[in-house]
Ligand binder design. Structure first.
Ligand code: NDP
Length: 287
């Protein structure tokens, strides 16, 4: 039987509409709009496109955009100064430092300077620690987007065997923590995992975040399993995921395409985090 194709564009559109409504309600109540500050250091074309997309998405849902650009040779001190300025601005609810920054900048050190209450990427040690401890905090966007997709398609997480392929700070680790929070039984695989295909083939939910084009084939997949492909790989054949879609769809019960699966969810969850940060700041009387 043909698998269900999980439509990330449609789910992201729904999340964006919910955020737009939340922003309108926030404005009605407070007379203010949530604000997202984007910080771009250097002139990497891909980073510039990502930031432009995020700013446009903010505008569409009524979030106020603040943008700071620093030259490719900016010093750590200069980046730090901008982040401190944004930390101090009450109208800025969230701060997004586009990564990776040029090599003279220590990304982790800069992220650590962002006020955890404004860390809408959820990547600071404070928010990562809160997630690891199962306490409330801002959650990373791509992993949150994966959970949202599973929920949108009513794929049961509780009690499921979930395998996460990849253990990065950005995707694999936080995703594993979110799945544990939702009572899945979670296995995390990486480059040293023995019998990768065999381990993956035990999964009810298999999530690939490795950055290796089309690595996951039918033999990795239990018949009927849900397969979520986080990978975005630019190849000569165009944009491909970490899952070999044609092979995987012969076994999967539900599967995300690339593009149009997890990708659109990341920005949608960033918008939602910005609204959540604004609501939290308002509840604490900071705005
Ligand atoms: P990283 O390179 O930081 O991490 C990759 C992980 O995969 C590592 O844990 C690594 O293991 C593991 N890995 C790599 N090769 C293999 C292999 N052959 N077998 C088993 N495990 C392997 O990548 P990210 O987590 O940042 O990103 C993963 C993918 O997701 C990329 O394609 C990226 O472009 C995409 N992405 C998509 C987003 C979206 O919005 N859809 C957002 C963020 C990322 P080890 O730890 O042992 O080295």
């Amino acid at each position: 039987m043909a698998p269900t194709i999980i439509d990330g564009k449609a789910v992201a559109q729904r999340v964006r509409a919910e955020v737009a409504q939340g922003v309108a309600e926030f404005f009605k109540r407070t007379g203010q709009r949530p604000g997202l500050a984007t910080v771009l250091v250097g002139d990497d074309p891909a980073s510039a496109v990502y930031v432009a997309n995020k700013r446009k998405a903010c505008e569409e849902v009524g979030i106020e955009g603040f943008h700071r650009e620093l030259s490719a040779d900016a010093s750590q001190g200069e980046v730090a100064e901008v982040l401190e300025e944004l930390n101090a601005m009450a109208e800025v609810s969230g701060i997004l430092l586009q990564l990776p920054a040029p090599q003279q900048i220590d990304d982790d050190a800069m992220v650590a300077l962002i006020d955890p209450a404004k860390d809408v990427d959820g990547l600071s040690a404070i928010n990562a620690g809160l997630l690891a401890q199962g306490r409330p905090g801002l959650r990373p966007c791509t992993p949150s987007g994966v959970i949202e997709l599973l929920d949108a398609y009513e794929i049961a997480i509780e009690g499921a065997q979930a395998v996460v392929l990849g253990r990065s700070q950005l995707v694999g680790r936080p995703l594993a923590a979110l799945l544990i929070e939702r009572n899945a039984t979670v296995t995390v695989c990486h480059s040293r995992t023995r019998d990768l295909a065999g381990v993956c083939a035990g999964a009810d939910i298999l999530i690939a975040a490795v950055g290796v084009p089309k690595m996951v084939t039918a033999e990795f997949i239990k018949p009927g399993a849900t397969v979520i492909d986080v990978g975005i790989n630019r190849t000569e054949a165009g944009l491909v995921g970490d899952v070999d879609f044609q092979s995987a769809k012969t076994r999967a019960g539900a599967i995300t395409p690339v593009p149009g699966g997890v990708g659109p969810m990341t920005i949608a969850c960033l918008l939602r985090n910005t609204l959540l940060a604004a609501q939290e700041a308002s509840a604490r009387g900071l705005r």
